[in-house]
Ligand binder design. Structure first.
Ligand SMILES: [Zn+2]
Length: 280
């Protein structure tokens, strides 16, 4: 039987980095990063290692938590500096930002950070090539979900697809986020937001069907989704945005435990992206 791999990645950013709040006045003194500690503890209890894509601007304020993740054997990777969308940055600014972020994080943990994920999956081939040039060894910013307005499109036709969702060329890897066709559309079965917002009764069978046939499963979630703090009110945000940002937060931990159970029942080995590169 072929090996099955899962990565339960988290993007280390705070609630105010959410793109829906861009340009709004936000009380950044309030943090929801307690959700990060909670996630590290949940993983440690289950003896699971994962990859944390980290914003380098949090390297000071969340230093202890990032080091706690690192010391627990998790992988620290890079999520850029400030969560600006890459497609809104010119190429030179983007290249500078990812190099600086890589350096800051590598210095913090005392070893080279080799993975990158673009904020909002906002990436194109030109920027992707700059990620390779900056010395990263892998990227996980690709998601095939045309209905989402922020996601970029990434053409990797010159890459070899090793297994579904993993692309490789000259020692560089791309790990695609998991999606599943549903009524003719690709639905992410990977995103904290979708797992959090949509009813578990709907998501569970969809994830189940995906896991039966897939060899790779990639999840992404955020600290605010596991935080015990209440998300601060933001003026001038639409009702829809408020619902998207807050819905289902209190059920997330239970859903994660169920998801881990489903992965184990389907013989998935749960690991970091670095370990995954070594295993394929
Ligand atoms: Zn992000």
């Amino acid at each position: 039987m072929k090996k099955k791999h899962a990565v339960l990645s988290m993007d280390i950013e705070d609630w105010y980095h959410l793109d829906y709040f861009a340009g709004k006045e936000l009380d950044k003194s309030r943090s929801m990063l307690d959700g990060l500690t909670k996630y590290i503890e949940l993983l440690n209890r289950n003896n699971i290692k994962t990859t944390f894509f980290t914003l380098s601007e949090l390297a000071d304020s969340a230093k202890e938590q990032i080091l706690y993740a690192n010391q627990s054997g998790h992988e620290i990777a890079c999520h850029g500096k400030s969560h600006l969308r890459p497609l809104q940055m010119d190429l030179r600014t983007f290249a500078k930002e990812i190099s600086e972020a890589k350096e800051t994080l590598s210095e913090l943990i005392g070893k080279e950070v080799i993975g990158y994920r673009a904020p909002c999956y906002s990436i194109d081939r030109k920027r992707f090539d700059l990620v390779i040039k900056a010395g990263f060894k892998y990227d996980s910013s690709m998601i095939t979900f045309n209905e989402h307005p922020l996601y970029g499109k990434l053409d990797l036709s010159d890459f070899e697809q090793q297994v579904k969702g993993i692309y490789h060329k000259n020692g560089f890897y791309e790990f695609e986020l998991s999606t599943k066709m549903f009524m003719g559309r690709n639905m992410p079965v990977s995103g904290g937001g979708y797992i959090r917002i949509l009813p578990w009764l709907f998501m569970k069978p969809m994830i189940s069907r995906y896991l039966k046939n897939a060899e790779v499963y990639v999840l992404y979630i955020h600290p605010f989704e596991l935080s015990d703090a209440k998300m601060p009110n933001v003026n001038d945000t639409s009702l829809l945005t408020n619902i998207r940002a807050r819905k289902g937060l209190y059920k997330m931990e239970a859903k994660l435990n169920m998801l881990i159970g489903m992965l184990k029942a389907n013989n998935f080995e749960i690991k970091t992206f670095s370990q995954l590169i070594n295993d394929i």
